[in-house]
Design a protein. Sequence first.
Lengths: 112, 112
Amino acid sequence: TAGITQAPTSQILAAGRSMTLRCTQDMRHNAMYWYRQDLGLGLRLIHYSNTAGTTGKGEVPDGYSVSRANTDDFPLTLASAVPSQTSVYFCASSPGQYSPLHFGNGTRLTVT
Amino acid sequence: KQEVTQIPAALSVPEGENLVLNCSFTDSAIYNLQWFRQDPGKGLTSLLLIQSSQREQTSGRLNASLDKSSGRSTLYIAASQPGDSATYLCAVGDTNAGKSTFGDGTTLTVKP
């Protein structure tokens, strides 16, 4: 089934450890996004990429990094996790910058 | 900065009732508005997309309208069913930012 695949589905991570959340899409969309969803705060944009080879900072980028080596993959890395990064992380893509969004099923991350 | 508000935060209705969910935004310079459904523990599923030049979109029992000048969109659900129970989010595509801003959602419960 075409769409966005996120891995892992859930993870418990010790504070101070690093982790990479994976996101792969097979729709050949140019733009990709990482959001975090927290109760009471809604969905907030972490980082985005309008096309392969480029990335940009969203609303809450601190503590996270991304790369976009090719069209399909957009990994999100936490270099040194902190408890405030406990959240549900969603990867999304769109054909272009001003196009509708498509979402993955999310990764539930708990930092202890 | 674009701000998106969804009222009410929660809504409970008996099965069969017609209902309206509201989404308001502060900056009318938008390129689209997208309504999503999110089931507990799941990702976001796109329901309807309205481009900035359109006034409404319909899909089955769902109808979404857009009034850019007043900064409002409504999602109308006809003949509600228990399976409609979910959280509904609107996302406003902000032309100035080139990104979508999400509301916090309305959690709908349809009682049998």
